[in-house]
Design a protein around this ligand. Structure first.
Ligand SMILES: [Zn+2]
Ligand SMILES: [Zn+2]
Length: 435
């Protein structure tokens, strides 16, 4: 059954809510991690419990390890990813959830290709989702290691929450509302977090984007042989079949190219991007072996040094001016708004442990002020959340709908500063009160 619209989805019956995946067939296709979070949210269960349910229902050898489940690898190309995607498709009756992963490229991109160190996002994409009144979601491209920018907004991907300074707070939690920090609940589409990306990073992002856009619509699964034939053809036409010269052209060692062409090894994504950049054949065409309209004379060649700069030499150990640092921390302590130690460490470009060691008194005051601030705002937010839910509860019921997190989010006034936290707890309290 091929389902496209939410309306059609509502007509189907399935074990799990047939949540519609977002952006399939476009550069902005959703990741399976994002889908899984939204699916859990639609059932008001934690991702852990949803994982357990899927494992129990499918009675298959699925890895239930939640630490793995909620990493960036969940949208990767391994067999396990495939098992999960197919199981979720069966349970939701939503076809081909595999297209929210990189599975389509498993024969032509080496699985050992670099993965992102931490979870990333484009603040502007999230902000646009929210402004358009659709649910913010994570793009699959953000979980591809080689991608460091958003090609649509020509900006670098963010990985630090500007409110709490947290890393990996995008979806590392039991309850995840995509778009909000799981540590401090602030919206991740923050305009303070926007940094323009260099052209080279935008080029990589658009090549990968164009590849993700076609993956749900491939006539057949690309094969390693097909890819290697294409590379061989490029070596023939550009360098008279001399793989050592081709290796120099793309800035890799001849043993690497030898390993592909003679031993049938699969190139990593950065290596494939090198080939695309130096032959002018786009990444999707390279992966699908489409040389039909490739003309060497018209090929757009990129400066390889710019695209793949040598790894920077390790910076020499900096000498810190502790008098200056302590003075700056003193100034931070006098601000009317509290600043976390993590944030101070980021501002001063010094590790937070070192701050504790060398500027202990200032660091202690900073942390105390921050903890007090957190306690206070949590308390305020708790009160506001409780009031807001009490106000929305009858409104939603009056519209004949079930009161759950999704409905509540849809009903929160646009100008409200309430961060919905512990919603499940409050809902239970209210339900208990009514009962
Ligand atoms: Zn963006
Ligand atoms: Zn945060």
């Amino acid at each position: 059954m091929k389902i496209t619209t939410t309306q059609e989805l509502l007509m189907t019956r399935s074990a799990l809510n047939p949540v519609a995946p977002i952006g399939v067939g476009t550069q902005e296709v959703e990741s399976l991690v994002s889908y899984f979070c939204r699916l859990a949210m639609s059932h008001c269960v934690s991702t852990k419990n949803l994982g357990r349910y899927v494992v129990a229902t499918m009675q298959r050898e699925l890895s239930e390890d939640n630490t793995w489940l909620m990493t960036n690898s969940f949208s990767g190309m391994s067999e396990t990813v495939g098992d999960w995607a197919r199981s979720l498709s069966e349970l939701t009756s939503v076809e081909s959830l595999e297209s929210l992963t990189l599975r389509a490229w498993r024969n032509v991109i080496a699985e050992r290709s670099p993965r992102p160190v931490s979870a990333r996002w484009c603040p502007q994409c999230l902000a646009e989702d929210r402004a358009a009144g659709v649910s913010p979601y994570f793009r699959l491209a953000w979980d591809v290691g080689a991608v460091t920018a958003c090609s649509k907004h020509k900006a670098k991907l963010a990985h630090v929450c500007t409110n709490c300074g947290g890393i990996d707070t995008r979806h590392k939690s039991s309850y995840v509302v995509p778009g909000w920090c799981t540590a401090c609940d602030s919206f991740l589409g923050c305009p303070d977090n926007i940094e323009p990306a260099p052209l080279s990073e935008i080029w990589v992002a658009s090549q990968v984007g164009a590849t993700l856009a076609i993956q749900s619509n491939l006539p057949s699964l690309p094969t390693t042989k097909g890819l290697l034939d294409t590379i061989r053809e490029l070596v023939d036409r550009l360098d008279d079949g001399k793989s050592a010269i081709f290796a120099r052209r793309i800035g890799l060692s001849k043993t690497t190219v030898h390993y592909w062409l003679k031993e049938g090894g699969c190139p990593t994504l950065p290596a494939l991007l090198r080939i695309a950049s130096q032959t002018g054949l786009t990444l999707p065409k390279l992966l699908t072996g489409d040389l039909a309209d490739w003309l060497q004379a018209f090929a757009e060649i990129h400066e390889i040094q710019q695209l793949f700069p040598e790894a920077p030499k390790r910076a020499p150990r900096r000498r810190h001016d502790w008098k200056q640092i302590r003075a700056e921390m003193g100034a931070l302590n006098k601000l009317s708004v509290a600043v976390s130690l993590t944030e101070a460490a980021r501002k001063l470009n010094v590790g937070s442990r070192l701050l504790y060691k060398r500027a202990g008194e200032e660091a202690r005051i900073l942390s105390e002020r921050w903890n007090e601030h957190q306690r206070h705002s949590a308390e305020q937010n708790r009160k506001k959340t409780s009031e807001l839910i009490k106000q929305l509860y009858p409104e939603i019921l009056a519209q004949g709908r079930a009161v759950n997190l999704r409905e509540l989010l849809a009903h929160v006034p646009k100008d409200s500063d309430v961060k919905l936290r512990n919603v499940f707890h409050f809902l239970k309290e209210i339900k208990d009160d009514i009962a």
